[in-house]
Design a protein around this ligand. Structure first.
Ligand code: AMP
Length: 299
């Protein structure tokens, strides 16, 4: 079954201890789409400027990412610049140029409206709600958010959560949103607002799944050749939701397995700048790494 994703496509400039990449293809919807496309057909809704090259569209289209929902607006594409700390556990946003993404009013193509799986990538909760309002009763909705929206649109975010099945957030964001230091208690609070489950990303420390049916956790896959963590969160969500869409089931046991797929797909994303970490990666390599991961955590 297909997945609709709504989010950013970007030119990223990223500095990590491994080097610097300038104006490379990035964006939350880009990373999510590539990750999810290993499992299911993806329908992308987003906006770019006139400077977005055909070659970038081809990268996505070649991976069964449908681009009917990709609008081109006059002017430039969204640009983001980030710099990572020496251990790559934290990053600073150096600059953001919203450009075409600033006035983004997503329109869901009529052929996308009955898509059962939806990922609301990082965008304002108001924009995310407008997207959901155009979908015909999706089966499973996953949402991401960030500190900016928690600070500036907390009420809209809270209202959105009533219509979300799984919230994917990082540990800082969960603490910021709930004002609760304990992640388990914070996640439980979010469950009280609507979602069936919360997936908490903890960077190199792995992830946590808290649902009404149980709690589980996974370490991160140990990557020795970490180059650039950008997009890890979106790739994690892509592996997770792509797997659920492929399976066509969203029970707690499916979410748990999805968490493992998300972890493994994210581990490829961080092995290079932009989408380089996915070069040469096919489904067989994902399965191989999943098996190795399973062996590492079994005892
Ligand atoms: P992640 O590392 O998973 O948080 O995702 C990083 C991606 O998010 C980068 O490729 C950026 O282009 C994109 N990004 C950064 N800031 C924003 C924002 N405010 N809205 C949407 N996308 C963003």
């Amino acid at each position: 079954m297909s997945v609709v994703v709504v989010g950013s496509l970007a030119f990223d400039t990223v500095t990590t201890p491994k080097g610097k990449a300038t104006d490379v293809l990035g964006g939350s919807a880009t990373y999510f789409s590539v990750a999810a496309s290993y499992f299911a057909p993806v329908r992308l809704v987003g906006v770019v400027g006139e400077d977005f090259p055909e070659a970038h569209r081809r990268v996505l289209a070649d991976r069964r990412v449908d681009l009917e929902g990709l609008e081109t607006k006059p002017g430039r594409t969204f640009r983001w610049e980030g710099a990572y700390s020496a251990d790559m556990n934290s990053r600073e946003t150096v600059s953001v140029e919203l450009n075409a993404f600033g006035q983004f009013e997503p329109t869901i193509p009529s052929g996308y409206r009955d898509t059962p799986y939806v990922f609301l990538a990082n965008a304002s909760p108001r924009t995310q709600a407008k997207v959901l309002g155009q979908m015909a009763r999706p089966r499973f909705v996953v949402a991401d958010t960030m500190d900016l929206w928690i600070e500036t649109q907390r009420e809209d975010l809270t209202a959105l959560l009533r219509k979300v099945d799984l919230l994917v957030v990082n540990d800082h964001e969960l603490r910021q949103f709930t004002r609760e230091g304990n992640l388990f208690r914070g996640a439980r609070e979010v469950l009280g607002l609507g979602p069936r489950a919360v997936a908490v990303k903890k960077g190199e420390h792995g992830s946590l799944l808290v649902s009404r049916d149980g709690v589980s956790m996974l370490p991160a896959y140990p990557v020795e050749s970490l180059v650039d963590p950008t997009g890890a969160g979106d790739a994690f969500a892509g592996g997770l939701l792509g797997y659920l869409a492929e399976r066509g089931q969203t029970q707690y046991s499916d979410l748990r397995r999805g968490l493992a797929y998300g972890t493994v797909v994210a581990s490829f994303a961080v092995q290079g700048f932009s989408l380089d970490g996915f070069k040469g990666v096919d489904r067989a390599l994902i399965e191989e790494r999943l098996d190795r991961f399973a062996a590492m955590i079994a005892f």
